[in-house]
Write a protein that binds this ligand. Structure first.
Ligand code: PHE
Length: 494
């Protein structure tokens, strides 16, 4: 209503010179008009200029007198013209404030005579100038400054600052405001009303939706920390970028006999396509065949007929020691130099899945080669490595691996679980593995391996591996999991 009135008026008229008068003439509330003007001004449909007016308004007392007459006139009229009235009676006839103020003013005006007991008129007639002035002010009429002063002194009027606007057409003036569209919809196109629509301008400095950054899986966080430990200890990373491996590098090169149960399809995933490897280093293959069948390097071998077809079979690597065997073979092809290698990557085993086992997991592997290494070096480096992981109490138990002798399972005392838990496997690679590769006789290789999942589950308090890895994992776990900090107190309190 108010908006229409303003815009329509400006269509035919130059200016609304006074919003107050404009509102009054149309019987609209000035507050409503002011709000509309502010909004139209904001959208530049109109150009509004402030106007401030100081004006006099009646106080509550002033309003009373404008209606009922001034106290002095009320008092005058209450005095009978001829005989006057007893002061007491007059007092009873009037409100006490009217009597008090009225008598003061009437005496000052010399309208009445007030004795000790009797009150009488001194003039025939009086004019209620105060009432007339108050009504004039109420109607916004001009009043002389002496009169204003007199009324002000009697606190019948107060000054009010009135704010309004004068309004002209703005640069974007239109007789009717269009609501700016924020979206172009399918319906707009169908109806064709997009032609008339005014679109809201893009606000390129508005803040966008906060971006959800990438989140590291707990396994990746722990992997990073383990990687840092290896790097700090001077290890180099081995290339692990082949999940598919031949049986040769995964088993045969590691002096693992071809009838070993691990090489069964119940334990290992063999590939159907391509089912066999294309190339192997032939002279090395011959030496591996020889050591399996007849031994050598002080060994009797296994005494069975080694089959090339078995070695050619492709599989998903069952351990990262397959990577180590390739690396050691490569190392043996050059003049020997001591090396420290590590890897952390995925391996696959055809195992029944349960709370602690998956068909795929990650292995951490460390390998050190040098002349004259002994079991004490292995024990020493394991203490160093595991204490950096936060496991400083270690115990070793003799174990068996086809490729290491001696072999040791590694146990760590878990302060939280209050028991010894197995944390890895280790050993010194056998001469039957190293010599056919071509490594010098006095070179020893010590190595160890552990899963990445085990310490991650302990660190993050996860007891079912399926909550950590695989399709059932809650993405919230990945978004919310804390940073990984390896070290004594964290492992122990987990
Ligand atoms: N390959 C072994 C495993 O899969 C771990 C290991 C690595 C053992 C190196 C000894 C030496 O459990």
């Amino acid at each position: 209503m108010a908006e229409e009135a303003v815009l329509r008026y400006l269509e035919k008229n130059e200016e609304i010179s006074d919003s107050g008068k404009f509102a009054e003439d149309r019987g609209l509330s000035h507050d409503d008009i002011v709000n509309i003007i502010k909004s139209l001004n904001g959208f530049r449909l109109v150009d509004a200029q402030d106007i401030k007016k100081e004006r006099w308004v009646l106080t509550d007392e002033g309003k009373k007198y404008a209606e009922a007459g001034s106290p002095e006139v009320q008092l005058f009229l209450a005095i009978p013209a001829e005989e006057g009235i007893a002061r007491e009676d007059l007092q009873k006839k009037l409100e006490s404030s009217i009597f008090k103020i009225g008598s003061q003013q009437a005496i000052k005006n010399k309208w009445i005579e007030m004795g000790k007991s009797q009150v009488s008129r001194k003039v025939q007639q009086v004019e209620d100038k105060i009432k007339i002035l108050l009504l004039q002010i109420q109607n916004g009429e001009a009043v002389s400054s002496e009169d204003i002063d007199a009324l002000k002194r009697r606190k019948l009027i107060t000054q009010q600052i009135w704010k309004g606007y004068s309004v002209r057409k703005g640069p974007k003036y239109a007789p009717k405001r269009k609501k700016a569209a924020t979206d172009l919809t399918r319906e707009n196109i169908q109806r064709g009303d997009w032609k008339e629509l005014e679109f809201k301008e893009y606000n390129f400095s508005a803040k966008g939706q906060p971006l959800e950054g990438g989140h590291l899986h707990p396994l990746l966080k722990v992997r990073r920390q383990v990687q840092m430990i290896f790097l700090q200890m001077g290890f180099e990373e081995m290339p692990t970028n082949n999940f598919v491996e031949s049986s040769f590098w995964n088993f045969d090169a590691l002096f693992q006999p071809q009838q070993h149960p691990a090489r069964d399809s119940h334990d290992t995933f063999f590939l159907k396509e391509p089912s066999t490897t294309k190339t192997l280093p032939e002279d090395y293959v011959d030496r591996v065949k020889e050591v399996h069948e007849n031994g050598g390097y002080g060994s009797r071998g296994y005494g069975y007929e080694w089959k090339r077809e078995e070695a050619n079979k492709n599989l998903l690597r069952t351990h990262t020691t397959a990577v180590s065997s390739r690396m050691l073979y490569l190392l043996a092809q050059k003049p020997f130099a001591p090396k420290k290698y590590y890897s952390i990557d995925r391996v696959f085993r055809n195992e029944a899945v349960d709370r602690t086992h998956l068909a795929e997991f990650h292995q951490i592997e460390g390998v050190m080669c040098d002349r004259g290494l002994a079991l004490s070096d292995l024990i020493g480096v394991l203490h160093e490595f595991f204490s950096r992981l936060g496991m400083s109490k270690l115990r070793f138990k003799p174990a068996y691996n086809p490729y290491t002798e001696p072999s040791m399972e590694i146990f760590s005392y878990h302060e939280g679980f209050k028991k010894w838990v197995e944390v890895g496997n280790s050993g010194m690679f056998r001469p039957e593995m190293l010599q056919p590769m071509g490594l010098p006789e006095d070179v020893q290789v010590i190595a160890w391996g552990l899963s990445l999942e085990r310490p991650t589950m302990i660190l993050y308090g996860i007891d079912n591996i399926r909550d950590l890895f695989g399709h059932k994992v809650d993405l919230g776990l990945i978004k919310r999991n804390p940073v990984c900090r390896l070290g004594l107190q964290y492992m122990d309190s987990a």
